[in-house]
Design a protein around this ligand. Structure first.
Ligand code: FAD
Length: 507
């Protein structure tokens, strides 16, 4: 039997384990935390009188569900037996400080009418924008999303040829903001569509207009809600993996990828019972016999994989030193009231978007007037909060961690959020908070090994960004592959799932 070791039980690690198990490998997954899912995990906060609020810790927007279904089908299972989700009819509710409100509907004609009513913007602009997004997506999908960019075969086939012919349409030479300003008359619609740059932790004033492919996922394919919350993506895939015989080793931190004759032959790890791995601990156990492992897949962030697990290997500095994407500051609040104005996804915009991104990427600071994302899963899954209450997941885009004074920035941001939400909802919010947890770039880094706590690996602020992500395989060592949000094709659940497909196809 061929044995595979997967380092990390993030979503890409689990997907890789499933794909290898289907191929007949005996798979062991080593996970530093006591739980699976990495960023895509969940938890509960309980009030002193025993009331429980459930939260998804990281992702809250689910797109391209077919990539999850595909894994069940690959294993000969019926996806619906494991995992259920619904298409949202309301994509997002938008709020501005002057009480302007707009709902983005999944029904695009309805959304078009809404922008005509609220902003006087001809709805044709919306339809043109989304058609352009679909065209861009069709080109990039073939070239970038399903294949390794780093194999010659990717570049010499009919799909690639179509891709080259359509390159001028991709918008690699202009910025997202430039394209959106040309498209829409109303600055608030420009702002709304500029926000999609943040879906991969980038800056709309720098990232190429190519990134206007992102709205295609949300509007043309659709935004979905997993019936069991986002964490059910992890849980259902975990169940499938376990049924396929994959063994998960929790509280097990991999400390080294052992190489011999330019092959990855083993891994070393430490097991501990504490929640966070103690990095300097002497390794307690090694893997069975070295030559037995025929594939190693690292789902650890690529910078951490090279710096920590392969310190003696040649370091691909150009890639490892690329600027990182933004990070997130999340407040998880149990709120003892319900708000009819809020939906599942809500955005409360800043007044000056350019200043916000200048603070984020120019000054490495949390903006003074941040755009707030508020997710309330209890809107669709009422048992996520006690009766009459709501579970608020509040996310700010913040810079990645370069040693800023986070405690001070978090305290200030919390004040600003309370002011802004109290103003928008016309209710004083702070006294309604029953439970509170906070995640910031430092804890994201500690919990998932993401370099600088970046949410999506390298930023995509550069037009060559797609080529500055590490390949899904190692050029130095045979048998070694890389998956997850920090490598090709990129961050976010769909792309992480695709990384597992590309890597295991190469195995
Ligand atoms: P990660 O989730 O990064 O997990 C890596 C795992 O590997 C961790 O469990 C870690 O403990 C383990 N590990 C690392 N090193 C070792 C080691 N040496 N030994 C053992 N184990 C190790 N995406 C979306 O699609 N939609 C969203 O709405 C969205 N919102 C987000 C909001 C937040 C707050 C965050 C944090 C992320 C969000 N993302 C979103 C991004 C998405 O969560 C990630 O891109 C994706 O989950 C990353 O998966 P991954 O496979 O790269 O692994």
């Amino acid at each position: 039997t061929r044995k595979a070791a997967v380092i990390g039980a993030g979503i890409a690690g689990i997907a890789s384990a499933i794909r290898l198990a289907v191929k007949g490998y005996v798979v062991d997954v080593f996970e530093a935390n006591a739980y699976a899912g990495g960023k895509l995990s969940g938890f509960e906060d309980v009030t002193p009188d025993g009331q429980s609020y459930r939260f998804d810790a990281g992702p809250s927007l689910f797109t391209m569900p077919h990539l999850v279904d595909e894994l069940f089908k690959l294993a000969g299972r019926n996806p619906a037996d494991y995992f259920e989700y619904t298409l949202l009819d309301e994509t997002c509710r938008y709020f501005w400080d002057d009480n302007t409100r707009l709902t983005a509907w999944a029904d695009l004609d309805r959304f078009g009418k809404e922008i005509e009513t609220v902003f006087g913007e001809p709805s044709i602009h919306l339809h043109q924008h989304l058609a352009d997004s679909a065209r861009k997506y069709a080109v990039t999908e073939k070239l970038f999303l399903h294949r390794s960019l780093h194999k010659l075969s990717t570049w010499f086939n009919r799909d690639a040829l179509t891709g080259y012919l359509n390159l001028p349409r991709l918008g690699v030479f202009g910025t997202m903001n430039g394209a959106n300003e040309r498209r829409f008359n109303n600055p608030r619609l420009v702002q709304l569509f500029n926000r999609y740059a943040t879906y991969n932790g980038s800056d709309p004033y720098q990232t190429p207009a190519t990134m206007n492919i992102i709205p295609h996922l949300e509007y043309n394919i659709g935004a979905f809600f997993p019936k069991g919350g986002m964490v059910s993506i992890t849980n259902s895939l975990l169940k499938l993996a376990e049924e396929l015989g994959v063994r998960f080793h929790y509280n097990t931190y991999v400390t080294e990828i052992v190489t011999k004759d330019m092959r990855a032959v083993a891994i070393k790890f430490t097991s501990q019972t504490g929640r966070l791995p103690r990095l300097n601990q002497e390794m307690a156990t090694t893997s069975s016999t070295e030559s037995e492992i025929s594939v190693v897949i690292s789902n650890m962030d690529i910078v951490s994989t090279f710096r920590k697990l392969l310190p003696n290997a040649r370091q691909p500095e150009r890639i490892l030193r690329q600027p990182k994407s933004s990070s997130g500051l999340i407040f998880y609040w149990g709120i003892k009231q319900q708000f009819a104005e809020l939906g599942l996804h809500n955005i409360i915009f800043s007044t000056d978007y350019r200043a916000e991104f200048n603070a984020l990427f120019g000054q490495n600071q949390v903006p003074d007037d941040p755009t707030i994302y508020l997710n309330c899963s209890a809107k669709l899954k009422p048992d996520d909060a006690p009766a009459g209450c709501e579970n608020w997941f509040i996310l700010l885009n913040v810079p990645n961690n370069t040693g800023q004074d986070w405690d001070a920035m978090i305290a200030r941001a919390r004040q600003r959020i309370l002011q802004k939400l109290s103003h928008t909802l016309g209710t004083e919010i702070s006294s309604l908070i029953e439970t509170e947890s906070i995640l910031d770039p430092r804890s994201i880094e500690a919990r998932t090994s993401s370099a600088q706590g970046a949410l999506y690996g390298n930023s995509s602020n550069n037009r060559f960004a797609a080529f500055l992500r590490h390949a899904n395989f190692s050029r130095q060592f045979k048998n070694l592959y890389f998956v997850g949000g920090s490598v090709h094709p990129g961050g976010g659940i769909p792309l992480c799932l695709l990384s597992a497909k590309i890597a295991t196809d190469l195995v």
